[in-house]
Write a protein that binds this ligand. Structure first.
Ligand code: ZN
Length: 283
């Protein structure tokens, strides 16, 4: 397992951690100045501006783009909407390529409005990923399926565990093309009794493309926007990172904290300084 002490070059900041409060170009400068090696921007920030300019700025500062967030949800009530969702993701993959992203983060979507057909939504997810795999190959950017905590199954992701995401990977990409894998976010998977075995299986298959950290607060007040700073919650961050890195993962460790009432209210430089300190001491 690598040490992160003095190695912020191994650490990345997902821009959501700073609350999307300023233009992306300012956020990029801030993250580079704080000494981090990577950044994970969001589509809404990039699509508001010129992707080439953003890509040039990121390159000039030597930052690795650890992921591009995130996919348009796949399941849809109509075939026309499903096709539109695929097209939207293909367009985003082109931007991900321009940015040199290590992966395109796929949050696959929940049930279409009014639907109770969970199995059908999962079928649409597999079908959609199969369609996008070719586009991922063409763009050179792998798809990283990010299973979300099951509390989001209705509205955000019918993929809830790493095991389930890996099954989709194996169904859609049995030859292990190198363009389909998973993002392991501790907020979503820390509770999973099969976590260690699933991480090992993902590693054996060469399918770990990202590792996201924050913490789960025991007294969390909001299941979307009250993620904790590393060290403030209950997750064995070092144990999970060790398990991920034991598989041979040598990518960056990305901090991703959605925190409306706490971290998004603080000075961005203070947030980055605390991220840096916690990465080096508790992660
Ligand atoms: Zn994540």
């Amino acid at each position: 397992m690598r040490t992160l002490q003095g190695r912020l070059d191994l650490c990345s900041i997902n821009t959501a951690t700073l609350g999307h409060r300023e233009p992306l170009s300012s956020t990029i400068d801030r993250i580079a100045k704080a000494g981090f090696g990577g950044i994970a921007p969001w589509r809404r920030e990039v699509e508001d501006t010129n992707v080439r300019d953003i890509a040039r700025q990121i390159r000039s500062l030597g930052l690795t783009v650890t992921g591009y967030c995130r996919s348009t949800y796949l399941p849809a009530a109509t075939r026309a909407q499903f096709a539109a969702n695929i097209e939207s993701n293909k367009a985003a993959l082109l931007d991900a390529a321009e940015l040199g992203a290590r992966c395109f983060v796929m949050v696959v979507g929940g049930l279409p409005e009014g639907s109770r057909d969970l199995a059908g939504a999962r079928e649409q997810v597999s079908e959609g990923i199969a369609e996008l795999l070719g586009a991922a190959r063409d763009s050179g950017v792998p798809l990283a399926l990010e299973p979300l905590h099951p509390m989001y199954a209705a509205d955000r992701s019918v993929l809830s565990t790493i095991e389930q995401a890996l099954q989709v990977c194996d169904d859609v990409d049995p030859e292990r093309s190198g363009f389909l894998g998973v993002a392991i976010d501790i907020y979503h998977c820390w509770w999973d009794p099969h976590l260690e075995a699933s991480i090992q299986a993902a590693g054996r298959a060469g399918r770990i493309y990202a590792h996201h950290v924050c913490d789960w607060l025991r007294d969390t007040s909001d299941l979307l926007l009250d993620r904790g700073m590393m060290g403030d919650g209950v997750v064995d961050l070092r144990g999970i990172r060790g398990c991920v890195e034991d598989t041979g993962y040598n990518g960056l460790i990305e901090v991703e904290i959605f925190s409306r009432h706490n971290w998004w209210q603080r000075d961005p430089d203070e947030v980055l300084a605390i991220c840096a300190q916690r990465l080096q001491t508790v992660c």
